[in-house]
Design a protein around this ligand. Structure first.
Ligand SMILES: C[S@@+](CC[C@H](N)C(=O)[O-])C[C@H]1O[C@@H](n2cnc3c(N)ncnc32)[C@H](O)[C@@H]1O
Length: 312
């Protein structure tokens, strides 16, 4: 079948002739398959639902699938489909990314929050259990995903978010304003002294982070990631990609109170190295590796010792 954007004289795509939505979905899915999109079925539903301004759930209903595509929406849909086939992230096209109970605004300049980071949020939220009005710091916040999820799910929490990228900061600001959740945003660099959060030193209950951690040589395979996630959000620095994660641990130690908890995401191959790094220092105890939903070790959790090196 010919496709929109495939040149002069091309056969009209089903949406251009007002075909039933089921047929438009099939056509969309096959274009996405041809383009090498990893999730063609889900993306076809999301794109079509987005343009029709309905829920993806509604698109599953037989009565809805039999409806004809509104011809006036065809140019917009064709343009979005072409962009998705050129491997622009779906979330940049719809302008939002779901993260736990939130829909966050995302686009060029900010990292798109990933489902696996929801497990990291779980660990941080669990670490807040039983603490009255816990103080939480999210280092390398990007869109604000972890900070906002914790503010949303831990009532009474006082959450601070740190980010250094001038391109990412406006997205975090926008999400904080859009959700109305109590998160304080700091423009600061985790590789420095973090003066903006210095007043919190020794008082923080939980530090959470999904920092950049990809080693320099490991080019992401997905075009969406390689071309559209900001390089600063991806590459962790050093031969092993752990320069920034180590800086995060270094910055977290003075912020946390004795007994406070650090939770940090990393790549599966980095688990042993990061666990060993934290165990080697005096700042941490109870250092444990945690798996994601596919059972790969993707996060480390550690407890702050007291000044004498004991867990409090
Ligand atoms: C992998 S992204 C994660 C964003 C967000 N935490 C999430 O899970 O969606 C890493 C973030 O760290 C930020 N970052 C990189 N280096 C930093 C630094 N030295 N200080 C503070 N933030 C930094 C990047 O700009 C990016 O937003």
């Amino acid at each position: 079948m010919s496709t929109p954007g495939s040149g002069a004289g091309a056969e009209a795509a089903p949406q251009e002739v007002g075909a039933p939505l089921a047929e438009v979905l099939r056509h969309t899915r096959s274009r996405l398959v041809e383009a090498g999109v990893a999730s063609p079925h889900a993306d076809a539903h999301s794109l079509l639902a987005f343009v029709l301004e309905i829920d993806t759930g509604e698109l599953q209903r037989r009565a809805v699938l039999g409806r004809r595509f509104p011809a006036d929406l065809a140019p917009r849909f064709a343009a979005l489909l072409d962009r998705r086939c050129a491997r622009e992230p779906l979330q940049h096209l719809t302008g939002t990314a779901p993260f736990r109970r939130l829909d966050l605004a995302v686009g060029p300049g900010v990292f798109v929050p990933r489902p696996e980071t929801e497990t990291v949020a779980d660990l941080a939220i669990a670490a807040c259990a039983g603490i009255d009005r816990p103080v939480v710091v999210d280092l390398c916040t990007g869109s604000g995903a972890l900070a906002l999820a914790i503010a949303d799910e831990v009532p009474g929490s006082r959450v601070h978010a740190v980010e250094t990228s001038s391109e990412a900061l406006p997205w975090a600001r926008r999400n904080i304003a859009g959700t109305g959740l109590p998160v304080t945003l700091h423009d600061d660099d985790v590789t420095g002294d973090l003066p903006t959060v210095a007043p919190l030193r020794g008082t923080v209950d939980v530090v959470v982070s999904n920092p950049p951690y990809i080693p320099p040589g490991a080019i992401p395979v997905d075009a969406e990631v390689a071309r559209h996630d900001p390089p600063r959000a991806l590459y962790g620095g050093g031969d092993d990609g752990l320069e920034i994660p180590r800086a995060v641990a270094h910055a977290a130690a003075p912020l946390l109170r004795p007994g406070g908890v650090l939770v940090m995401e990393h790549a599966d191959v980095q688990s042993d190295a990061l666990v060993a790094h934290l165990r080697a220092g005096e700042a941490w105890t109870d250092v444990t590796a945690h798996t994601d939903l596919t059972d790969r070790p993707r996060a480390v959790r550690a407890r702050r010792t007291d000044a004498s090196g004991r867990a409090s």
